[in-house]
Ligand binder design. Structure first.
Ligand code: DC
Length: 230
């Protein structure tokens, strides 16, 4: 039997920096990247496009099973272009509205099952770095290295605010903090694949760390596991 390709999972709540950290780690290693949240966001956008209610689980399951989504790599390890039914939705899925809608569709058990094999298919040579909520607990329970990022709700709201502003998306810090709290609660309390660290995850509190320091910490853990001395 051939050995399974190596995987590093990076889980955490919104605003912990897992997206950009995942991109940088994948780039350093020259590995593939899966932003699993983008899949849930694309599904939420597809539901909106096709007039499917976020409460209609059977219809959302069918939509998830047939989701015509493509991740078009631009350069190894950098954020890919995301196409829904051939249309570029890379920016459309990044709004807080789509984040909240993604959290709602992500709470539905049959939707999660429908997206499982699609996520596992990203496990290609030479390896995979993936970020999300349940990458280490459910999707890749046999991952070589599992990271769980944390930060206080205030710090996460502040980071999201800056990130959205930079993308030209207008938001109010107070309502953003409330929406994040609501999304956290839903992601943590759902019955399937709730946001929580895997028992064998390395937890990193990112409150007082720069993105580069978090990446370096992960690379140290990676070198330990793969016995690389440099
Ligand atoms: O990581 P993100 O903010 O792009 O994710 C958006 C939502 O998608 C998140 O609030 C919950 C859902 N999600 C999930 O349920 N499971 C994942 N592995 C990733 C995201």
């Amino acid at each position: 039997m051939t050995r399974k390709k190596p995987v590093i999972t990076i889980d955490g709540a919104s605003g912990t920096g897992k997206g950009v950290v995942g991109q940088l780690v994948a780039k350093q290693l020259g590995w593939n990247l899966l932003d699993s949240g983008a899949l849930y966001r694309v599904l939420a956008l597809a539901a909106q496009k096709h007039g499917v209610s976020l409460e209609n689980e059977p219809a959302l399951q069918v939509l998830a099973e047939h989701l015509d989504v493509q991740f078009k790599a631009t350069e190894t390890g950098t954020a890919p272009e995301i196409l829904l039914e051939g249309q570029n939705v890379t920016h459309d899925i990044r709004t807080e509205k789509m984040g909240n809608a993604a959290s709602k569709v992500g709470a539905l058990p049959s939707v999660r099952i429908a997206l499982l094999s699609r996520q596992r298919a990203f496990r290609e040579a030479p390896g995979l770095v993936t970020d999300g909520r349940d990458m280490g607990t459910v999707v890749f329970p046999d991952a070589d290295l599992k990271i769980f990022l944390t930060a206080t709700p205030e710090e996460r709201a502040r980071r999201r605010y800056t990130q959205l502003k930079e993308k030209g998306i207008n938001v109010n810090l107070g309502s953003l903090a409330l929406e994040l709290a609501e999304r956290d609660r839903r992601d943590q309390e759902r019955s399937v694949a709730p946001l929580r660290p895997a028992v064998d995850a390395v937890c990193i509190n990112t409150d007082h760390l720069t993105i580069d320091q978090v990446v370096e910490h992960i690379m140290l853990e990676y070198r330990k596991i793969f016995s690389i001395s440099h």
